[in-house]
Write a protein that binds this ligand. Structure first.
Ligand code: GAR
Length: 211
């Protein structure tokens, strides 16, 4: 059983997608061992509680400085001994020590087709704002491993989504969630649980299904 820790900051619809797939057996061999939020207001914490998953808030504001927060975050995670850390709308920079400790075992969902509209300052609705301002006809989502850079780790899965002429950032965000994020995040977790993802340098190779 792959032990997944899910880190969140907000609504938690991606967390919900994972919970739902496990419940319906569309995602197998995976259990969510904890949900950690940096904000106690995150609705994602409620979703975790409702699903009977340990839900913890580790907020930077409760600590003296960034270092103390990072230590608390890493200590909090360690308690649950995760095999995989899933950043599902977690809007806090991951400490380098944590990236080293869980090397190749942290994944992130980003709401664009990386390398477009990613990196510093591109998160949540800002990504869709920028995509609409640039006038792209296609956007989408990406699941990737987390390395020391911003949205720069090896890509696992991507899915394209059409941009409509009358889209607002909100409508585009919703379509990308429904058509891409909620599908490829559980899919990527399944691939990892099935041991089908290999990192080779800056890329990944997805191994064919066995049998
Ligand atoms: C999602 O759209 C996710 O891709 C994005 O935040 C949203 C969280 O929604 N993440 C980023 O922008 C990371 N750079 P959710 O809390 O409903 O899953």
């Amino acid at each position: 059983m792959l032990r997944a820790a899910v880190l969140v900051s907000g609504g938690g619809t991606n967390l919900q997608a994972i919970i739902d797939r496990i419940k319906t057996n569309e995602l197998t061999g995976v259990s969510i061992v904890c949900v950690i939020s940096n904000s106690k207001k995150a609705y994602a914490l409620k979703r975790a509680e409702e699903a009977g998953i340990p839900a913890v808030c580790i907020s930077p504001s409760a600590y003296e400085d960034r270092e103390a927060f990072h230590e608390a975050l890493m200590a909090g995670l360690k308690e649950f001994e995760p095999d995989l850390i899933v950043l599902a709308g977690f809007l806090v920079t991951i400490p380098p020590a944590m990236i080293r400790q869980y090397s190749g075992r942290i994944i992130n969902i980003h709401p664009s087709l990386i390398p477009s509209f990613c990196g510093q300052g591109y998160y949540g609705l800002k990504v869709h704002d920028a995509a609409l301002a640039r006038g792209v006809k296609i956007s989408g989502a990406t699941v990737h491993f987390v390395d020391e850079g911003m949205d720069s780790g090896p890509i696992i899965l991507q899915k394209a989504v059409e941009v409509m002429a009358d889209d607002t950032p909100e409508s585009l965000q919703r379509r990308i969630m429904e058509q891409a994020e909620w599908r490829i995040l559980p899919e990527a977790i399944q691939l990892i649980a099935d041991n089908r993802v290999r990192i080779t340098g800056s890329r990944t190779i997805i191994l064919p299904e066995e049998g």
